[in-house]
Structures are given as structure tokens and as C-alpha cells.
Design a protein around this ligand. Sequence first.
Ligand code: 5AD
Ligand code: SF4
Length: 479
Amino acid sequence: MTRDKYEKHLFPSLKEARRRMQKETKQIRYQLPDYLLGIGNNKKYHIKTYGCQGNLADSEKMAGLLEATGFRPTEFENEADIIILNTCAVRENAENRIFGELGRIKNLKKHNPDLLIALCGCMPQEESVVFKVMEKYPHVDIVFGTHNLHRLGEYIHDAYFSKEKVVRVYSKEGEIVEGVPMKRAFPQKAWVNIMYGCDEFCSYCIVPYTRGKERSRHYRDIIAEVEELAESGYKEVTLLGQNVNAYGKDFTDIRYTFADLLLDLNRIDIPRIRFVTAHPRDLDQRTIEVMALRGNIMPHIHLPVQSGSNKILKKMNRKYTREAYLELIDALREHIPDIAITTDIIVGFPGESDEDFAETLDMVKRAGFEGAFTFIYSPRSGTPASKYKDDLPADVKKQRLQELNKLVNEGYLNGNKRFEGKTVKVLVDGPSGKNANMLTGYSEHNKLVNFPGEKSLTGEIVDVKIEKAYTWHLRGIIE
Ligand code: 5AD
Ligand code: SF4
């Protein structure tokens, strides 16, 4: 370890991040320090976001913070005074891509020596990443983690005025910071964090280390945020958490669960409420019953199964069986018969035999998934699974992924086909990237729908009659 060499900096430790303390999380209100006002005047920022919706929401906060200090956005890297890479650590290939980007961005400094480059998000929470950046990427000016992004302005100030690399990565989460300004990416749909962190410790996953312990926001703050969004014309809110079904479990003074929250949000006059990500162990009957009330709660659930084999689920520390998962699916379909169910699946987990994989394929058929994100297992240093013997050849893993994807794609098509000839409500995202005369958006069941229409319908909910279903989208006409 070369930690001593960099004593001025604050480094993370995955080992330290693993420890959970019982203490309650404090909530504080953000206030922009006066000395940061105007530091971004006449300057431009460019943020690149990788990974999950949690990172997209964090990037909206960083954009809000930057704009509060005077920065303006630019979509062009070569115009930017600061480039921020908001990173994902879930799989190794994502990390490699980001290191590639860091290498490429270096050249921009030749043309603009004052350019600041910042690396943040999940990757810097790994000490190995920070050391690699120190040793091999000296052109990176600012490194900070997930627990202190509200201090971005201070770090920019320090980088400008001290001309030294600023490395500030805390291993442990701090308070929940309310009132951080946000610049939302869309005018019609918004992310709303309901909790931070994860206490599940699935054996393959780095997230409980990079995002810290589970901390729920006070429901009053969440409800107020959704009410405000509704009043400003937003049509859809997606509630965010690594395991939304654990919402409220960390409250020590009140009893208030995810089902309570959904019920309260169901009363707000906003057309659509969605949530990601659900966890099969914590999804309870009451939540399913509240979802069945419908109203603004959308008939879609993303419920990661990860594997169909009990042996592998146990090694993954998922804390449910395939039978329990299938019972949940039955309960969901019993209460919400038309629900669309999507999932995440990992293949090639250490010890996955042909039989285990066959059970995963069988699970996909039985559960009737209408979509899945599928991954080859990627060992993450510091997690328990990274020490498991992983002797499955790479080509077997690839072959399994292909076989799985074939089946998953049939599920996508079947899920889309059930809407042929029907009329669905679509929240219009805007003109399709490929054809400016076509609009694109998502239905209540979260199906991608393309149809001819005017750009002015962007942000509206329109009725679209579905003419044809394809694997990845539906095509229709406005009714
Ligand atoms: N390797 C492969 N996939 C992973 N995921 C999380 N950690 C890993 C890993 N080490 C997948 C899981 C999770 C999704 C967000 O990413 O399927 O649900
Ligand atoms: Fe990772 Fe499991 Fe937490 Fe999801 S629930 S973030 S897979 S540890």
C-alpha cells in the first residue's frame, strides 16, 4: 500500500465500509456556502453518467449544485471547464471502459490546460481504484465518492485555489442531506430517492460497500417532493432505492413501510408512480395489495431473481428460494393480473453447473418474464464471492448468456404481443432518435412504444392503438 505517500488525501477502505453501525442516520439541510457563489461564472460543465438510476439521480444533484455556483452545462467536452465522470463499479468491464475514457479525456487537457477532470460515484469507493488513479492517471484533479457529492463545490474551489489533486473519499456514509438543488434531466419524469445504501450483502455485489448502509429518507420529505413535482406538471415519478422494499426498516422512532409510502403517494394527483428496485425477500403481501389499488401505481415490477437454482441463490446470499420467488410471482399475478414482470439474472456464478443453469432457464419460462437484464458474473474484489473458486471456462459462460438471452428475448416479444390491437397510454419522451417524424415513449406496463406524431406532444400522455409488436418495441398510431 502506498497510502502514506498521499497523506493529504482521504482514502476509502472497503473493509471499513463493510461495518454497519446501529446509530440512527441524521438528516441535515443543505446550504450552499457563500464563498462558492459565483465560482462557476462563465464556466461550463459536462457530466458523463454510467450505471444505474441512482447515478442518474446523483448527476442531477451535481448539475443542480454546479448551476447554483454559476456553472452552465455543455454537451461538448471540448467546451467544458470541468468534466465529471460519475462511475459504476458493479462489473469489471464497466470499470475498464471508464479507465479507457479517462485515458482519452487526457488529450483534452493539451488544448485546455485549465480543464478540471473529476472522478466520482461508486468506483472511487474502492481503494484499488483510487491508487490506480494516483499512479497512472495524474491528470485527474478531483476524486470523491458517493457519500459526499453535496460538497462538490468545495472540491472544485480547492482544486482551483490550491492547484493540488483533491481526493476526498469517505468509507462511511454520513447524514442524509436534504434540499440539495437538482437540475432534472426531463421535464415530465423524475427520479426520487427514497433511500440510500444497501444492507443485503449479496455475495457478488460491491454496492453495500460503495453506497453504505441502508438509510431511508423521512416520508414527509419524499411526499413533499412528489407533491411539488406534481404541482410543477411532472407526469411520472420513479422511486429509487437498491432495495425499495426495505424502506423504513431503519426507522427507530416510527413504523412506516414501503407499502405505507406507496399508499400515501397513491393519493397524490400525479399520473404515474414507478419504483426500482424491488427485492424478493422483502416484497410483502401488503405492498402487493397496495399495488393492486392501481390508480397511479404502474402495473410493472422489476424483481431481480439472479438465478433459478436454490444452490446458487444460497451461495449468492439472496435469502429466498426459487419456490418462494415463484409464489411471489403468483401472488403478484393474482392481485394484478396484467402486471409486467422483469428481472436481473447473473450467469456463470462460481459453482454454477449445467443443472443449475437449466433451472435458471426453467425459471425464466415459469415466471413469464417480459424482460431481463442478463449478466456474466464479474468478480468484485472485497466481496465474499470473489474468493469462491471460479473455474467455469469463459466460453461456457458466454454460451450460457447467449442461450439465456434467446429465451429472454422470446419473453420480450410475448410481453409485447399481448398489446397488439389494444390501446395503451404512452408518456411521450419526444421524437425518436432514428426518425424525427416518430415519437417514442413508455406505456403503463413500461413497454417502449413508437408512433407518428408531432414533437409538441412531448411530455403528454396520449392514447396509442398498437398495430404491431416487435421484440424491443411496439408500433402504433395515436387514437
Ligand atoms: N457480476 C455480475 N452482475 C452483477 N450484478 C451485481 N453485481 C454483479 C457482479 N459482480 C447485477 C445484478 C444486479 C444488477 C444491478 O447487476 O444482477 O441486480
Ligand atoms: Fe447488490 Fe443485492 Fe444490494 Fe442489489 S440487493 S444492490 S444486488 S447487494
